[in-house]
Write a protein that binds this ligand. Structure first.
Ligand code: NAD
Ligand code: UDP
Ligand code: UDP
Length: 326
């Protein structure tokens, strides 16, 4: 019998790739999403698959289904989206986790949480190892996301201790690739869309802050390896690509890869924006035998092709609308 897997947030950027990967691995997939930031287009290619099912549902409400495994990804991930309704963001993380843990407890199934490098806040330890407890401003504009995710981790390990639940927590570092929303607001999609349109590349602050970017295929490989480890896993695992760069360097690289004439435009740095971020992935290497394979340049080229096609289609669509209204 096929394994039946629940993916919450399955219509989002990472969720849609995960659903596709699980279908390829001969699983049945139940995708649950409230479409807050997810897109129907992301899962459209999967809709014809008999093993794929979609349910519109908000994880802050209880969910009674029968599955063999749970990946909990539901939560807006881009700062502009998670700050749009910060109370809902905390509810999604915390109530969503309680409901999904309750579901896992009733069914006695394994559950994986998509946690984040944001639990480290604006880190003063570099690179970040899993035992670093982080530096988070608990009342700032990013707190709804950061503290929501931190509380979720607390819940996961309390369900493990109190109810002997088999939990896995992946601390995901900045990931990019096809299926990001063109208005997602995160840096890679913003810069690519701006470069392709010839608009200014919006660098926040001086652009010296750093991030380390992982291509989505590598990330999904890391998540499924963590879920499929046959033995118990103690503590969270960083999953990301340690190749670190500044936002200014990223802007310049995207301009050169797209052959764009866009110029850099400097904007104010958002409050509490982390100055540096790079994962120490020794634990993932050792436990999962996993290491990212796709170089930044290779991953960016694939992502640029995706957005190029998307923008060309929407330009076609705009032209059609324009013609019909004349
Ligand atoms: P995304 O915004 O593209 O996807 C999130 C999905 O969750 C969307 O489809 C959205 O509609 C859905 N959702 C939001 N609130 C919901 C609710 N209350 N009920 C049901 N569905 C809900 O973001 P993503 O990049 O795909 O991120 C997926 C997960 O991975 C998130 O939990 C995020 O925190 C985590 N993560 C992502 C990254 C990254 O770089 N992509 C980094 C760290 C952590
Ligand atoms: N829950 C759910 N689906 C289930 C089982 C539980 O959504 O199949 C929710 C339910 O709303 C509950 C929460 O998960 O409030 C936590 O469940 P748990 O059994 O841990 O706690 P309790 O029922 O005591 O609140
Ligand atoms: N950023 C930027 N221009 C943009 C969007 C983001 O310079 O148009 C910066 C942002 O200030 C941050 C970095 O890029 O320093 C990564 O931002 P993102 O929102 O992608 O992720 P996060 O801050 O959550 O790591």
């Amino acid at each position: 019998m096929k394994k039946r897997v629940l993916v919450t947030g399955g219509a989002g950027f990472l969720g849609s790739h995960l659903c596709a990967r699980l279908l390829n691995q001969e699983c049945e997939v139940l995708c649950v999403d409230n479409f807050f930031t997810g897109m129907r287009r992301n899962i459209e290619p999967l809709l014809g698959e008999p093993a794929f099912e979609v349910m519109r549902h908000d994880v802050t409400f209880p969910l009674y289904v029968e599955v063999d495994e749970i990946y909990n990804l539901a939560c807006p991930a881009s700062p502009i989206h998670y700050q749009r309704d910060p109370i809902q963001t905390t509810k999604t993380s915390v109530l969503g986790a309680i409901n999904m843990l309750g579901l896992a407890k009733r069914l006695r199934v394994r559950i994986l949480q998509a946690s984040t490098s944001e639990v480290y806040g604006d880190p003063d330890v570099h690179p970040q190892t899993e035992n670093y407890c982080g530096m988070v401003n608990m009342i700032g504009p990013r707190a709804c996301y950061d503290e929501g995710k931190r509380c979720t981790e607390t819940l996961f390990y309390d369900y493990r201790r109190q109810h002997r639940l088999d939990v896995r927590v992946a601390r995901i570092f900045n990931t990019y690739g096809p299926n990001m929303h063109p208005q997602d607001g995160r840096v890679v999609s913003n810069f690519i869309v701006q470069a392709l349109k010839g608009d200014p590349i919006t660098i926040f602050g001086s652009g010296t802050q750093t991030r380390s970017f992982c291509y989505v295929d590598d990330l999904i490989d890391g998540l499924t390896r963590l879920m499929n480890l046959p033995h118990d896993v103690e503590g969270p695992i960083n999953v990301g690509n340690p190749a670190e760069m500044s936002m200014r360097e990223l802007g310049e690289l995207i301009i050169s890869l797209t052959g764009s004439h866009s110029r850099l435009e400097f904007r104010p740095l958002p409050q509490d924006d982390p100055r540096q971020r790079r994962p120490d992935i020794s634990r993932a290497r050792q436990l999962l035998h996993w290491t990212p394979k796709v170089s930044l340049e290779e991953g960016l080229k694939k992502t640029i092709s995706y957005f190029d096609a998307l923008l060309a289609n929407s330009r076609e669509a705009e032209k059609l609308v324009w013609r019909f209204t004349q």
